[in-house]
Design a protein around this ligand. Structure first.
Ligand code: NAD
Length: 270
């Protein structure tokens, strides 16, 4: 028996990086998983690899900034698996690309980059909460796992809209937790350290990677499957008394103050 047998999980941005790893981990723990991503090919790739390893998963194209798309994927999960989504991993965010390259400091605030970043990373996660809550209320159970960042809980230079959106995720998490705790619905945020994903490789120059590794007490980057383990824990009853929490999964990166700012800020600014 897996810890998530019978659960229906939805993971956004699951075509790549941490979302892909979490979708695999949830499926390995017994959940039936709706894998969604803006990129339908990568979403299908994740769902196919889950099925090849004996899990249950289907893929859908999904823009989390589009409210109509949320209604469709939540309905699709119920139609596919016969029950409401009871675990949502709000993982997707605008992490890399031309828009994010214009996401800099307050003096150079680029309104297009700001709006795009906030509407995907923060509003997209809020819409996810809105659309899974009715099904969770119906069954009186559910776990929402939002994705913040160390950049959302500490001061950080560069990428001001990303940092602000990730700080907003903390507020969103606590707000959902406050409203629905008594109805059996938990909502927590994960604060990842730096993991070895395409977003990292696109965001930090190769020569800075060693410096970033050393900014963790573990002296290495996180492995995506280690993030997946935390998602499974928060989705399962093993975390039944944990809600409204903001939980570092960061190799101790946020446990000390030296090193983090030089490693990450200089890496992105250079
Ligand atoms: N990798 C890290 O070290 C790290 C650190 C802190 C926080 N995070 C957070 O973890 C999450 C995953 O990061 P990652 O490193 O795996 O990133 P990634 O760039 O590898 O994956 C992000 C995925 O989101 C998808 N996506 C982008 N816009 C979307 C949209 N509008 N709708 C649906 N999907 C969309 C992309 O297609 C991609 O598959 C993000 O929330 C990120 O901010 C990552």
């Amino acid at each position: 028996m897996g810890t998530l047998d019978g659960r229906i999980a939805l993971v956004t941005g699951a075509g790549s990086g941490l979302g892909r790893a979490s979708a695999h981990a949830l499926a390995a723990a017994g959940a039936r998983v709706l894998v969604t991503d803006l990129n339908g090919d990568t979403a299908e790739g994740t769902a196919t690899s889950i099925r090849e390893t004996g899990g249950t998963a289907v893929a859908r194209v999904h823009d989390i900034a589009d409210e109509g798309a949320w209604a469709e994927v939540v309905a699709a999960a119920r139609a596919e698996f016969g029950a409401p989504v009871t675990a949502l991993h709000n993982n997707a965010a605008l992490t890399i690309g031309p828009v994010m390259d214009r996401d800099r400091d307050p003096l150079h605030l680029d309104l297009d980059a700001w709006n795009a970043s906030l509407s995907v990373t923060l509003t997209g996660s809020a819409l996810g909460c809105k659309h899974v809550l009715p099904g969770m209320l119906e069954v009186g159970a559910g776990s929402i796992i939002n994705m913040s960042s160390t950049r959302g809980v500490t001061g950080a230079t560069w990428r001001m809209s990303y940092n602000t959106a990730k700080a907003g995720i903390v507020g969103l998490t606590r707000t959902v937790a406050v409203h629905y705790g008594a109805q059996g619905i938990r909502c927590n945020a994960i604060v990842p350290g730096v993991f070895d994903t395409p977003a990292l490789r696109g965001g930090i120059p190769r020569e800075r990677v060693r410096e970033v590794e050393r900014s963790h007490l573990t002296n290495r980057l996180g492995r995506p499957e280690e993030l997946g383990n935390a998602v499974v824990f928060l989705a399962s009853d093993l975390s039944s008394f944990i809600t409204g929490a903001v939980i570092p999964v960061d190799g101790g990166q946020s446990a000390f103050s030296e090193g983090l700012a030089p490693a990450i800020s200089r890496g992105i600014e250079d």
